[in-house]
Every structure is written in C-alpha cells, then in structure tokens.
Design a protein around this ligand. Sequence first.
Ligand code: ASP
Length: 322
Amino acid sequence: MGGWAIAVHGGAGVDPNLPLHRQDDAKRFLTRCLDLGIHALRSNHSAIDVVELVVRELENDPLFNSGRGSALTEDGTVEMEASIMDGPKRRCGAVSGLVTVKNPISLARLVMDKSPHSYLAFSGAEKFARQQGVELVSNDYFITEGNVELLQLAKEANGIWLDRRVPVETCCASVETPLQMNSVPISVYAPETVGCVVVDSEGRCAAATSTGGLINKKVGRIGDSPLIGLGTYACDVCGVSCTGEGEAIIRGTLAREVAAVMEYKGLGLQEAVNYVIEERLDEGLAGLIAVSSNGEVACGFNTTGMFRGFATEDGFMEVAIW
Ligand code: ASP
C-alpha cells in the first residue's frame, strides 16, 4: 500500500486569458482545500469523510461553480447537483435539481447513508433534505452578481463560447466548426465544477463531484456530475471525478471507464486516464482527476487547462492550471 493521496479540481474549462490575479486566487483556494484534506487524512479520517469535507469547502466559496457561485439556468435560478461514492463497498449517493440545499454534497452523502436509494432529484430531494434537517438557504444565496452578468451575456451572445468568459471569436478565431453538444451548437459553456478524490492510508478510495451545471442550461437539465460511473466513480481500485461538457462525459462513461481499463486491461492509473481521455472523449471537452488504491494520483484533460491540486503522503504537492 502506498499511503494516502488526494486530488481536487475546480473545473476543466479555463479561460486562456484568465488574469494572473484570478489564477492566483484559484491556486490559493485549491491549496487551502488540499491543506484541509491533508490535515483530515493525517488525523486518520476515512476517504469518504475527506472528499465530503473538501467539496463542502469548495461549495461554500463562490469562486467555483458549485453551491454558492453556481451557474444560472435559463430562468436565472440555480439548480445544483452532486454525487459521492465510497469505493470499498461501492456505496453511492446522488442529488439533482437542488434549489435550497446549502451543501449538495452532504445531501448526496445522506442519500447514500440514510435512504434506501442512490439518487434523489428535484422536489423529492428537497423534501428529503428537509426531513434530514440539513441547512437550507434561499435560492438567492447561491446567485452571485458575476453569474447574473454572465447569464445576461450568454443570452445576448446566443453563440458559441469555449469557456464561460471567452466568446469563440476572441480566443479561437480560427475555429471553423463551432463546438456542438449532441449536434446542437453550444450557446454557453461554464465548466468550473468541483471535485475531490481520495485514497486513505488503508487504501480505501472515494470520489465526490458537485456543480451548478452549465450557464443558461435548460431548467431540468441533468449533467454528468451526479451520475455514478460517468461524472463520479469509486471502487476498490480507484476513485475518479470528471469535469467538462457533461454530455460528452456521459457519452464516454468516463469515470467508470478509468476503473474498467485498470481492471480489464491491467493498465496503471495514469495510463488508464490517458487511454480514456484519448479513446473515449471528444476533443477539447473535459478532464478528470483520479487516485488509485496504491496511493497514486493522476489527471488528464483535453481542454486548455484544468484547475487542479494533488498531494500524497510522501510529501508531493502540486497546484496547477494549465
Ligand atoms: N460537467 C459539468 C456539467 O456538464 C460542468 C463542469 O464540469 O464544469 O454540468
């Protein structure tokens, strides 16, 4: 066994023109989240507790697209979704369509621990949240001024954005074929979802992902993040959290695929991640972080960048964007 390891991400769609101070803010925040996870791992918390703890921290800060700071729907509301998975027994919980739950990841955990089901959505999930007594806030709490402006811009532009801040003509004038999602031109793309994967010192893997989804998404749209095996997966071999265009991640069954090629093809963690990104994912659309039960961390993405951080028990630590 290789000791504990942790990886976090803050989305795979990075504005190539992101100002330096915004890059620094993101790196500082990811470092803080890693430190929180490292401290918990050193105090012998289990992988499943650590992924929940770290994702809660990410949800509470408006910097990324989850919890407070979530992307807005076409109606200007927030509909959040999240999922969590505990590797050893493949237990899992997922939620979608949340409008008042302050920490979606903790409700996903409660679905896993306290309900007979693995996935609750919309009014049923909200009802379960009230029954469980989790902290509820008004929908306004999640809505930031920046996201209201972005929704407005999205509606006005009604065009193709590679990233939530960069119209295609600004960053990639040479793109001839507009990005499409299931053959429909993407009007706006907001990829700054959060995720965390952990293997603890007993070799137990866990994964968690939380998001507001895409800016200007249709009300009721469900992406990959709450879908077990697609946006999130953990088993006795690895833990995986994905980010990027949900529709592409769903088509590629990305998270489970990493575990499958490890199990069936015998690939190592980074090899498996590379294989899945190359073979199962459309160009330029997504990325993922992963840990193995041996204490390795890995990542892969085919977008311009991915906000990410890693740490392992032997002292390795890295936070990167590009
Ligand atoms: N995968 C998320 C979604 O499609 C977006 C993201 O990762 O930023 O909802």
